[in-house]
Every structure is written in structure tokens, then in C-alpha cells.
Design a protein around this ligand. Structure first.
Ligand code: GRF
Length: 219
């Protein structure tokens, strides 16, 4: 099924319009927490721009994420889409992913940026946004990625393994957890005095530069 602009009906029932001819590219940022990466994107958009991208909306899967405040302060529409606790894990992921996809299509989103988004996405959204959806991870993938590798867990594992270097990776999202094609990485040294917190802090600084550069490249 199509219309003048072209498009297709998805399993979720949503209609996906082709938006390739539009000049301004709409970015949806997915968040779960503090949102410092979102802030880096907001600041970059205001300062030197994100190519022809604009942060059109923010979606959080946590009601109290500070990232929602950051969006509000920047005048960006922000939505909370919560996982359904009554569903088993896989079904919960799929249902959440489908609701995010529906919102993205409703808002005519071109690109999705997972900037500290803790839920794992599955289903149609992966195919619909293939090569148009990226994630930032606080390690040098493929090392220290996958399920359970988030936040402090990552940095503790890096320190336990005696790594001399860590960093961050921005990659496309595919059906696996942290397995998509790598766009760019930025490395930092691991110091003998490091705790998970100090290492996280050093990496965070690099994340902010990395996510901005990756979004510009993707767009
Ligand atoms: C970052 O370390 C990011 O790599 C990971 O989650 C953290 C989010 O930080 N996926 P923030 O919410 O952007 O400050």
C-alpha cells in the first residue's frame, strides 16, 4: 500500500512515509537518565548545528529521567513511554519498541539516537530505522558490550580485566545488543588509581564529542 509520497504499512499498523526528500532531518533522541549526551546534542545543534538535523523530540522510558527536564528547558517536545511491567521480558521489549516506532512515525522522524537509553529495542523499529538509528556505549566495543553491560558494570569489568585503555563507541543499532556496525570510537587511558566513577567521568567527556560527531556523520 502506498500514497503519493510512497510508504508502507508495518506490522504495528503504522504507516511509514518516505521522508527522504525533506531537507530538514528530524531526530528523535531516546533517553533513560541524566541526559548529558542529549545536552551535548542540544548544545551542538545551537552552536554549530547538526548538519541539517534538528532534535525534534525526546522519548524517555523512565518517568523521572532528568533528561526530560533538559528537553523541556530546551523547548523540545518530550514524551514518556513506559515499559508494560505486566508483560514478560521479550514481549515487554517488543511492545515498548512498537510504541516508540509508532511515535517516531507519527512525528516523521528520520533518525533515532539512543543517548543513554537502557531498554533493548526489537521488532520492526530495527528494520525501519536500519542505518538511521545509533547508540552510544561507554566501552571500546566489541569489548565489554552486550546484555547487562551498562553504567557502572561496564567500567567495573574494564578495571577487573586490567585494561589499559577504554573509551566509547557509537554504532548503528541492529538486532543484537551492542553488535551493530561501529561508526566511531574515542579512547581514554585507564589509570591505576581509577574507580568505576573516575573512569566513567573521563569517558563521558569523550562521549559528548563522539555522539555529536556521529550524528553529523550519519545525517
Ligand atoms: C552513557 O555512559 C552512555 O554511553 C550509556 O549511558 C550513559 C548515559 O549518560 N549508554 P547520559 O544520560 O547521557 O548522561
Amino acid at each position: 500500500m502506498g500514497n503519493r509520497q510512497g510508504g508502507k504499512r508495518l506490522k504495528t499498523g503504522a504507516f511509514c512515509l518516505n521522508t527522504g526528500n525533506e531537507k530538514v532531518k528530524h531526530i528523535l533522541t531516546l533517553v533513560s537518565g541524566n541526559g548529558s549526551n542529549l545536552q551535548a546534542l542540544i548544545d551542538a545543534e545551537r552552536q554549530d548545528g547538526l548538519g541539517n538535523g534538528v532534535i525534534a523530540a525526546v522519548v524517555s522510558d523512565k518517568p523521572n529521567a532528568f533528561a526530560l527536564e533538559r528537553a523541556k528547558n530546551a523547548g523540545i517536545p518530550a514524551f514518556t513511554i513506559l515499559p508494560d511491567k505486566n508483560l514478560p521480558k521479550q514481549a515487554r521489549r517488543l511492545e515498548l519498541s512498537n510504541r516508540i516506532l509508532a511515535k517516531a512515525l507519527e512525528l516523521r522522524i528520520d533518525f533515532i539516537v539512543c543517548a543513554g537509553f537502557l531498554s533493548i529495542l526489537s521488532g520492526d523499529i530495527i528494520a525501519v530505522y536500519a542505518s538511521r538509528m545509533i547508540n552510544i556505549h561507554p566501552s571500546l566495543l566489541p569489548k565489554f558490550g552486550g546484555q547487562g553491560m551498562y553504567g557502572e558494570n561496564v567500567h567495573r569489568a574494564v578495571l577487573d580485566a586490567g585494561e589499559r585503555e577504554s573509551g566509547c563507541t557509537v554504532h548503528f543499532v541492529d538486532v543484537g545488543a551492542d553488535t551493530g556496525q561501529i561508526i566511531l570510537q574515542r579512547a581514554v587511558p585507564v589509570l591505576s588509581s581509577d574507580t568505576p566513577e573516575t573512569l566513567a567521568e573521563r569517558i563521558h567527556v569523550q562521549e559528548h564529542a563522539a555522539i555529536v560527531e556521529a550524528v553529523r556523520r550519519m545525517i
